[in-house]
Design a protein around this ligand. Sequence first.
Ligand code: UDX
Length: 448
Amino acid sequence: MHITMIGGGYVGLVSGACLAAFGASVTIIENDPSRLDCLLKGEIPIFEPGLKDLITTQQQAKRLAFSQDLPAALRKSQAVFIAVGTPTRRGSGHADLSYIYTAARTIAQNAVHDLLVVTKSTVPVGTGQQVAEILRATRPDITFHIASNPEFLREGNAIADFMHPDRVIIGLENSTSPSRALLEKLYAPLTTPENKLIFMGLESAELAKYAANAFLAMKVTFINEMSDLCEATGGNIADVTKAMGLDPRISPHFLQPGPGYGGSCFPKDTQALATTARHAGAPTQLIETTIAANNARKHRLAERILHLAGEQITSCTIAVLGLTFKANTDDMREAPALTILPLLHEAGATLRVYDPQGMAGAQALLPANITYCSTPLLATKQADILLILTEWPEFMDLTPQQLEGSMKGRLIIDYRALWADRTWEDTNFTYHTVGNYSASPACATQPK
Ligand code: UDX
């Protein structure tokens, strides 16, 4: 089976390469010339562990190709996936669907036979029907089937999430749609032994994606509030989350306090869901509060740094380890660093930063005269304060001795509780983290 994947971004590249690995013949259409040039040269324009090897393997197996020639790709495709961006529209919380509509129109104008059109991009409920209307109004001579197939890929873990999903959600216009058989064939490796494919109506599938992301964003925001409450009352957030997580209805996942959620999905999807809900007359107060609480947290944590630095802030050098919105990605979108660092810079602090993957992206987004360092210990060199914003595993290799030899000051502010299980008492560092996080629970029974 041949399919076309429109969009060579985080979702399109991973989905196209994985569907090729499942046996389909895939053409990924990328209309950004520089991005396409990069892909045709065998380079991958994003950081996603394992993606380069997977793409190379599929290209060598002649199951994966990159192109900008949509007409040629459509001529040999039974199905076309729309995996273009749906960013938040400036000035409103709405998702910008212009790329979706353009893709729909271009598909219609170039279709030469009946076609299944699948939206994989995260789109507000009702978009699938709008795409169907565009297709059928443009080409009444062609039979178009519509489906929604939202992705649940976490950046940094996307290939595993695609290959071993908890579920594959497929929304169809009606239960008799012939699309079901085609999609079952496409996802054949996931239909046995336990059937991961869950079929439902278009609108349910579109909503399920937003509901899942908004719930996860709310869960993270909840635990961040519990973390603040621990700080105010002497609790230990590690103990609290352990106690909560033992209830399978809560689960231990997504209970790690941090500087607030970021990324290309949670901020965009919570905004879009809240806006859709408000316009539908069913406002989601919980999600609106989550958005406000998450934004406020990033500002509040910046204020905390300023408070700890005190008057010295204007002569203070702060080393920042981690810029991306989370580890194992190069993605800077809505990263807490983009809120926190400008506030520190504005207060007069000197910033020296390091991130394993995010520095190129960060430079375009952060204030000028920030020093970008090629290693963590160059960033900490002569720094008064060390701030950890992203939980990159390599930061675990840094020792207090190394930091002592590198830093001038002795204040560590760890917003990811990365080093919370270290004993800092026998060093001359002052270690601040979130939620009085101490991985060795306060009341743990001491070994005899
Ligand atoms: C998310 C969803 O997990 C995924 O299913 C969807 O398809 C896309 O959006 P992603 O944005 O890549 O994936 O990141 P994720 O790992 O979910 O983390 C989202 C944000 O929450 C990050 O900023 C992360 O740092 C934060 N987070 C996550 C926490 O602060 N604590 C946690 O315990 C988990």
